[in-house]
Design a protein around this ligand. Structure first.
Ligand code: ASP
Length: 345
């Protein structure tokens, strides 16, 4: 391989189990120095790649992730964008799907891979899943065809599968197959070879310049319906000062109880300018408002259909759109349509 074409990959370490050790005093897992992680994976040197690493301090358990940290990760990638062919972000699994979703919305004209990965067992442990996850993520981030990245998307690689980040959810806290993407196929599967499903991969057709949008609005809430929800609870959530948007997690294809107080409260909230986005509690399938009597009133009240979006994609998209200074009608319009492959039209 000629020297000029040697792929360059930037690995950004943000924290998570992959880089944790057990504290002898307490027995709890806490992040360690990044250099220790790389020592555990000498195999990376066998790639004929130019691999650089950066740490996003302070390294955290991803349960401490927030929009300010999403922006920090995105800005780090933006700053080094022209120097590298692809990016691997090491991240805790707990909120990885939220971060990957948020970043997918933040980047305009992304044409290089941003591969999130992590592990269920720390990389220093004998049975760790971290080594394979990291090594294959680097290979995917470097993969090119005709001088272009094969997967120019924000994605999650875990346990042999590459998923679109904003289609992914964490589904298991113990299994190595911690993630799944029910409503969208894997972008690649790693076996003896890495098999890419090019028909499912998004390829930007613009030659636009990378742009990072960094504003989020956190005046939002996720409200999960359950049989017997108390109306005082519902009313008090809807009357949170300055509330701008609600992800309403509904039953089945977008249904709620046909209770007068509930429908009236939703109507009042929408009149006040609060955006309500209907997302199903089901793992798969989609919201179809009006299919049942129990969702028709929501449709008539002006609730927006989240179709087949994950909760993670929905909440980050809502926070992102509200942060862009758009009119309420525009936010509603964009919530309902495909921006980054997060929703099926
Ligand atoms: N609590 C950890 C985190 O999300 C779990 C993990 O990395 O798998 O940072």
């Amino acid at each position: 391989m000629n020297k000029k074409r040697r792929p360059s990959i930037l690995i950004i370490y943000t924290g998570g189990t992959i880089g944790m050790v057990q504290r002898p005093q307490t027995g709890t897992l806490a992040p360690v120095k990044f250099e220790q992680i790389l020592q555990e994976v000498p195999e990376l040197n066998k790639f004929n790649f130019n691999i650089k690493t950066e740490v996003l301090n302070p390294v955290i358990d991803s349960s401490n992730m927030n929009p300010a940290r999403w922006v920090k990760i995105a800005k780090r990638i933006e700053r080094r964008y022209n120097e590298f062919d692809g990016f691997v972000v090491l991240h805790g699994t707990d909120t990885m799907a939220y971060t990957a979703s948020a970043l997918s919305f933040m980047f305009d004209n992304l044409d290089k891979p941003i591969v999130f990965t992590g592990s269920q067992l720390p990389i220093g442990m004998l049975r760790t899943d971290g080594k394979e996850n990291l090594i294959t993520s680097v290979e995917i981030a470097a993969a090119q065809q005709n001088g272009k990245s094969i997967v120019p998307e924000v994605c999650i690689y875990f346990d042999s599968k590459l998923y679109r980040g904003n289609r992914t959810v964490k589904r298991d806290s113990e299994l190595f197959s911690a993630f799944r993407s029910v409503n969208y196929p894997a972008l690649a599967v790693a076996g003896v070879d890495i098999k890419y499903s090019s028909e499912f991969i998004f390829h930007p057709n613009s030659n636009g310049i990378l742009k990072v949008n960094t504003q989020f609005n956190d005046n939002v809430v996720i409200l999960k319906m359950f049989p017997g929800m108390n109306q005082n609870v519902f009313h008090s959530i809807l009357s949170i000062p300055n509330l701008k948007g609600i992800i309403l997690e509904t039953f089945g294809s977008g249904n709620v109880p046909t209770l007068r107080w509930l429908v009236n409260a939703i109507k009042r909230a929408i009149k006040k300018g609060i955006i309500i986005l209907n997302i199903t509690q089901c793992e798969g399938g989609r919201v179809i408002m009006g299919q049942y009597e129990t969702s028709l009133e929501l449709l008539n009240a002006g609730v927006v259909s989240g179709k087949d979006m994950t909760v993670e994609a929905a909440i980050t998209k809502l926070m992102f759109l509200l942060g862009q200074g758009l009119k309420t009608a525009e936010v509603k319009k964009y919530l309902n349509i495909n921006l980054r492959g997060e929703i099926s039209e």
